[in-house]
Design a protein around this ligand. Structure first.
Ligand code: SF4
Length: 435
């Protein structure tokens, strides 16, 4: 059985795709739709842009049926659960539909077609995860669902309530992955900070990190993504990072905005004061740590005043890395009912202004790395004589790279020391210091 894969959306979807594949038994992956027995498209549908991307991919893959009559196109994921009726009517040629919480049914869907959209809360365990699409870096989902009710977000209504995997199960999966040669594990969830509160009645991310690092003795990186801004839990994480340098000093904390007025309207449960307390705590305790965040522009009620507050925050470089998104007005979200809507063009212009300010900040901030020796995880070849890698402060699929000049030396995926010789707007350039 030859399977083609189209994975859309964020790393959480990569794990879901891997879990779907793990249900299939024997199969091989093909990159040629003309050659495939089936193509699985795992969609995102959180924002309009993601839904448009999903539809474009569905249409592209359905077009191959003309050349490959037996091709089964299976559409799965968030968008399927969100808009099932509309999609089923629009694309009758799709062989099977699999909802975001129905991963276990992928084998049935592949064998017999049909619709599998039950939306019962689901979280994969390590036994269902025997497939990893990357040879050096893997995402491990420690929980799914979300108990927050951010006004702009549809995730809790589609994915359901927060559900943690057991600590022992996550340790086991991490051990299996590192034993199989994976060099970097990224813990992901909708809200990593909340981990354990549902099943252990208390936040357990600190004990989870301690258990993983205690069990695994070999060299690897552990990275924690998607932290909700909550200082008490971030303190636990900082304490673990101080104990074990294999935990990347990297904080991915989506603040979404910095204006108290907007944060309140978003129902985020914190304000600007708490954001500054978190940043101060991290920078004082781990000066080499880097903070990534994401921000929404054009949220209802965002006037020039609130936008400038955010722009100043970015210009001042309070966060080291950032992503910016223009507000998407989703009919099913609570924020849809808000007044003070910002027009799309303004929201997009503000996004571009933030991106520009961030670019300028990066260009000057990157210079501080020149002359330093950094540990780099080599991830592949870039161009002749250069390899591509990342430092512990750069996450896969989202952050920037270090281009390593190797000359005639060959080097495989793995860790090495690199002296940074030059900085570009985003990437760093360096040469091997020692292996
Ligand atoms: S924390 Fe907020 S933005 Fe994130 S998934 Fe939960 S509700 Fe959505």
């Amino acid at each position: 059985m030859k399977i083609g894969i189209v994975n859309l959306g964020c790393p959480k979807n990569i794990v879901d795709t891997e879990c779907m594949l793990a249900t299939l038994g024997e199969f091989s992956v093909t990159i040629s739709p003309r050659d495939a027995d089936a193509i699985i498209i795992n969609t995102c549908g959180f924002l309009k842009a993601a839904r448009e991307e999903a539809e474009k991919n569905i249409e592209e893959m359905l077009a191959y049926i003309k050349f490959n009559k037996a091709l089964k196109v299976i559409v799965a994921g968030f968008y399927v659960t969100k808009d099932k009726q509309k999609l089923i009517e629009k694309y009758p040629q799709v062989y099977a539909w699999v909802g975001v919480n129905d991963i276990k049914n992928m084998k049935k869907a592949l064998e017999g077609g049909g619709v599998y959209i039950n939306s019962y809360p689901y979280i994969a365990t390590y036994r269902e995860r025997s497939v990893v699409l990357n040879t050096y870096s893997a995402y491990v989902k420690i929980s799914d669902g979300c108990n927050h009710r951010c006004a702009f977000c549809l995730i809790p209504s589609i994915k359901g309530a927060y559900r943690s995997r057991t600590l022992a199960d996550i340790v086991k999966e991490t051990l299996v992955l590192t034993n199989s040669g994976i060099k970097e594990i990224c813990f992901i969830s909708q809200d990593t900070t909340h981990y354990g509160r549902d099943i252990y009645k208390t936040a357990k991310i600190g004990p989870l990190l301690s258990a993983v690092m205690g069990k695994i003795k070999k060299k690897f990186w552990l990275r924690i993504m998607y932290l909700y801004p909550e200082l008490s839990v971030i303190k636990d994480i900082v304490a673990q990072m101080k104990k074990d340098s294999r935990i990347c000093r990297y904080f991915d904390i989506p603040f979404q905005h910095v204006s108290d007025k907007i944060l309140k309207s978003m129902k985020r449960g914190y304000g600007k004061k708490e954001i500054f307390e978190i940043i101060k705590y991290i920078k004082e305790n781990l000066p080499d740590a880097e903070i990534r965040s994401s921000f929404i522009t054009g949220y209802p009620g965002e006037s020039e005043k609130e936008f400038k507050e955010l722009l100043e925050f970015i210009k001042e470089g309070y966060v080291d890395k950032a992503g910016f998104f223009a507000y998407s007005d989703e009919r099913e979200a609570a924020s849809y009912a808000l007044t003070g809507k910002v027009n799309k063009k303004t929201a997009e212009n503000r996004r571009k202004l933030l991106a520009l300010a961030y670019e300028k900040f990066c260009e000057s901030n990157n210079k501080k790395h020149i002359g330093k020796i950094k540990e780099v995880l080599i991830t592949g070849r870039e161009k002749k004589g250069f390899l591509k890698g990342r430092t512990a402060q750069n996450a896969p699929d989202i952050d920037t790279y270090v281009l390593v000049k190797t000359g005639k030396k060959t080097l495989s995926e793995g860790f090495c020391k690199v002296r940074i010789t030059k900085s570009e707007k985003f990437d760093l350039i360096g040469e091997l210091a020692w292996k």
